[in-house]
Design a protein around this ligand. Structure first.
Ligand SMILES: NC(=O)c1ccc[n+]([C@@H]2O[C@H](COP(=O)([O-])OP(=O)(O)OC[C@H]3O[C@@H](n4cnc5c(N)ncnc54)[C@H](OP(=O)(O)O)[C@@H]3O)[C@@H](O)[C@H]2O)c1
Length: 259
């Protein structure tokens, strides 16, 4: 039997990264998992050369917690440059990186930073496969947290085809094993089984938990990406892979009060 590849996971402790590590281990890969908790900083490059020693493929699931466009752009462009440079030195074959569906026209905030991320990645020396994902089921809780003021949570109007981080992890590992040629599909996509709105998902989540929080959907005219969020630009393309569980199934399986 051919020897399994050695695969490094950057951002291995995150919402997505922990599932990527689990899927790789389940499939028998030799895994190097790291984040700053292990002394490896993908933004400064500290510890990256050591972490990538002997690695064949890097899956990058790292992120900054900041939604500020400048902070996030600095993080993602520096990480892209560092991964290419350290990856080349280590003899890495290619990078597999996750991005977001529908961000081509993004003008602001985190999504614009992810667009800059993609562009920087594609300038580098190593082959790169970028998987664009829909918003994760796990993001709904984060958005409720950001928007909560007392007993009300303000949630940005957004049409999205929410997907489980575990399903994105499986798709990333599939791509690591079997890359899709860019001339066939430049940006493969992974999304959940059906369109939803972020506000309806948020309401379903707080109801399942029994939280006394009222969800109010907002439409922020100061946000240059508002129209894209609201008009379905973030929904998957026809070529997307759609994978369950649905948000409702995921809530039923993961929220104790909903079981
Ligand atoms: N969340 C979504 O709905 C969604 C949707 C589509 C695509 N994506 C993409 O999926 C990726 C992962 O997102 P996520 O929500 O899973 O992120 P997350 O939960 O915030 O996890 C981020 C990970 O990156 C690590 N990290 C942060 N700064 C680092 C640094 N300087 N050096 C090394 N590691 C660092 C964190 O660990 P430490 O703090 O220990 O370093 C953590 O392991 C991102 O590229 C994001 O754009 C997310």
């Amino acid at each position: 039997m051919a020897q399994q590849k050695k695969i490094a996971v950057a951002g291995a402790t995150g919402r997505l990264g922990r599932h990527v590590v689990d899927v790789l281990v389940e499939r028998g890969y030799d895994v190097v998992a790291f984040s700053r908790a292990d002394g490896v900083d993908i933004e400064t490059g500290v510890g990256l050369d050591e972490a990538l020693t002997g690695v064949d493929i890097v899956i990058d699931a790292s992120s900054t917690p900041s939604a500020d466009q400048q902070v996030a752009t600095e993080f993602f462009t520096a990480s892209a440059r560092n991964l290419h440079a350290a990856g080349e030195r280590a003899g890495v074959e290619r990078l597999v990186v996750v991005s977001i569906i529908g961000i081509d026209g993004s003008l602001a905030g985190y999504n614009a930073a992810k667009l800059a991320h993609e562009q920087e990645l594609l300038k580098g020396a190593l082959p790169v496969q970028i998987l664009r994902a829909a918003q994760f089921h796990e993001l709904v809780e984060v958005m409720v947290g950001w928007g909560t003021q007392g007993s009300v949570a303000y949630v940005q109007g957004m049409r999205t085809q929410l997907v489980a981080a575990r399903s994105v992890a499986q798709a990333l590992v599939d791509l690591a094993a079997n890359p899709i040629p860019a001339e066939d599909i430049p940006f493969p996509e992974i999304a959940g089984p059906q369109p939803e709105t972020m506000a309806a998902a948020a309401a379903a989540l707080v109801a399942a938990r029994g939280d006394v929080v009222r969800i109010i959907e907002t439409s922020d005219s100061a946000n240059p990406d508002r129209e894209q969020f609201e008009n379905g630009t973030l929904l998957p393309s026809p070529h997307a892979t759609l994978a369950g569980p649905s948000f409702a199934e995921w809530v039923a399986a993961t929220v104790p009060a909903a079981r």
